[in-house]
Design a protein around this ligand. Structure first.
Ligand code: HEC
Ligand code: HEC
Ligand code: HEC
Length: 451
């Protein structure tokens, strides 16, 4: 793979030299689609830093806010660490002028001219308006505590520190113009699009990536935008109108509720989405969350065009109650899952337990999230100051690869659930995820401080 990438990039280098530099200066006249007032006690800049979830990557549990140090994998290259973005002049970004900050946030070109890997979601942040970028800058310069902490050097295999390729990458994939209002859409829709495509960088996880790790679509009109993607042994499912594995059966209010509280009648957040809820979306205003939901609900089905909507079937319930475990996986489901998720898979209406029947993550064609969650459990959701009480236990030690493969296959085929692809999960799939992941300490409550 390494060779493929560098070769491809070399070929592209020739093509790219024909292109003129495409970095345009942001137009000062473009303003952000207006949001409401920021919640009490928060400056506009702090609110925007919440919306961009800067803290999730630029802090580590136990570390000083925004002092960096999170290890991130760059495919085919190695590992890099997020940097100190406190205003310390020596080790942080204290010497950045506004213009330099604006440039690095939109194009990934740092103050000293080196290029950032798109692990920093600058292709999304490019959409931020100049006014909002200034408020963010003021927040980092004036409100964040400076911390003297040197950045950790990247761990890349010498030759392949691929930073030199990134200028070309930018020419191919980066549109660094701020968000432009779509006149034929409502103010609410535009505000939602601005947040989802821009600061929220939802596509960084939910949009599939192409052969050079670029997101295959950055905007509503792109056919792959938010179409669902594999992500570090999880699957970030479709956020389009896909009727089974997407948000097609959720109402606007239900999408808002999920972003605010991490759950609704259809499902509960887990895996990396918990960090999005805990440190970003749970802090946003109701009107902004509603705007994001309005925008998401306008996106048409992209994967399941014309698919038949899921319908509940009670044959699984009847079969389980008969205690004849003929169907593959019914036995481990009965042993390890039924006590909470029930015979009928419908969940508790009080949202303490999510349904497995008709749940989009169970209908997702990629089973990675299900395997990972059963193996490792999940961090606790913290919303509106409350730590979630009920938690999915981890079965890392209790169940074999075969049992987990069978139980996951069972829920993917139960109660009318039938994801189109890869219906049967194999023990090898479980073994691969087991080897690459670690169990979560279910008592871990991770809320990264910004102050
Ligand atoms: C998904 C993870 C992620 C998020 C979210 C994120 N960053 Fe980053 N950021 C990175 C990484 C990784 C780097 C370093 C990239 C490299 O070394 O190539 C970086 C680098 C930077 C730099 C360059 C600093 C320097 O040392 O010159 C700035 C400035 C920055 N980020 C600001 C922000 C702000 C402001 C936000 C929130 C609006 C944010 N980042 C959100 C991952 C992230
Ligand atoms: C002690 C109760 C309990 C048991 C036993 C249990 N779960 Fe869960 N499960 C939960 C809770 C609570 C959640 C919600 C996520 C969270 O809060 O961690 C959940 C979430 C899930 C989800 C994700 C649904 C969503 O939208 O969040 C799946 C899939 C799942 N469980 C499958 C299983 C399987 C398969 C088993 C058996 C191997 C199992 N669970 C056993 C309590 C349980
Ligand atoms: C760091 C990666 C990451 C980012 C960034 C992210 N998500 Fe997610 N999201 C996930 C994963 C993984 C899941 C699947 C687990 C789950 O259902 O909680 C998910 C699930 C969801 C779900 C539930 C889908 C379902 O069918 O159950 C919604 C809604 C959602 N995300 C919305 C968003 C929005 C809106 C944004 C941007 C503000 C966003 N996400 C940003 C990783 C991410």
């Amino acid at each position: 793979m390494k060779h493929t990438t560098s070769l491809v990039a070399l070929v592209l280098a020739g093509a790219a030299s024909l292109l003129t530099a495409c970095s345009s200066s942001p137009d000062e006249r473009i303003v952000a689609p207006a949001g409401g007032a920021t919640p009490a006690g928060m400056s506009q800049g702090e609110y925007l830093a919440r919306a961009g979830n800067c803290v999730a990557c630029h802090s580590i549990p136990g570390g000083a806010p925004f002092s960096g140090g999170l290890k991130m994998a760059v495919p085919n290259v190695g590992f890099i660490y997020t940097t100190n973005i406190t205003p310390d002049p020596e080790t942080g970004i204290g010497n950045y002028t506004f213009e330099e900050f604006d440039r690095v946030m939109r194009t990934g070109k740092a103050r000293d001219g080196h290029r950032l890997y798109p692990a920093m979601p600058y292709p999304s942040y490019a959409k931020v308006s100049v006014g909002d970028m200034r408020a963010l800058y003021d927040y980092f310069m004036k409100e964040v505590q400076p911390v003297k902490q040197a950045n950790i050097p990247e761990e890349t295999s010498g030759l392949l520190s691929a930073r030199w390729m990134l200028g070309i990458w930018n020419m191919l994939f980066l549109d660094d113009d701020p968000y432009e209002t779509e006149d034929d859409q409502s103010a609410e829709w535009n505000r939602g699009a601005y947040l989802v495509e821009g600061l929220g960088h939802c596509g960084a996880c939910h949009t599939p990536r192409g052969f050079l790790s670029h997101e295959k679509g950055l905007e509503a009109d792109d056919s792959n935008f938010l179409a669902g993607a594999s992500l570090d042994n999880w699957s970030a499912s479709s956020l389009n109108g896909d009727i089974n594995s997407g948000l097609g059966r959720w109402s606007t209010e239900e999408v808002t509720e999920f972003l605010k509280t991490g759950k609704n009648l259809h499902g509960t957040a887990f895996g990396p989405m918990v960090e999005v809820i805990n440190s970003s979306s749970a802090h946003l205003s109701d009107s902004d969350l509603n705007a994001m939901a309005v925008f998401l609900k306008s996106l048409p089905a992209k994967v399941e065009k014309g698919a038949k909507p899921w319908e509940y079937s009670d044959s699984t319930t009847t079969q389980l109650m008969s205690l004849k475990f003929e169907q593959r996986g019914s036995q481990p489901y009965f042993e390890y899952c039924v006590s909470c998720h029930g015979y009928d898979g419908r969940g508790s209406g009080a949202k303490l337990l999510p349904p497995l029947a008709g749940n989009p993550v169970v209908l997702d064609p990629r089973p990675d999230s299900l395997i990972n969650l059963v193996l490792n459990g999940s961090l606790r959701i913290v919303a509106q100051g409350h730590v979630e009480v009920y938690d999915m236990p981890l079965f890392h030690k209790l169940m074999t690869d075969q049992q987990i493969a069978d139980a996951v296959t069972f829920i993917r085929n139960g109660w009318g659930n039938t994801p189109d692809k890869a219906r049967e999960v194999t023990p090898a799939q479980v073994a691969a995820i087991r080897a690459a992941t670690k169990p979560v300490d279910s008592d871990d409550v991770v809320v990264l401080r910004m102050k």
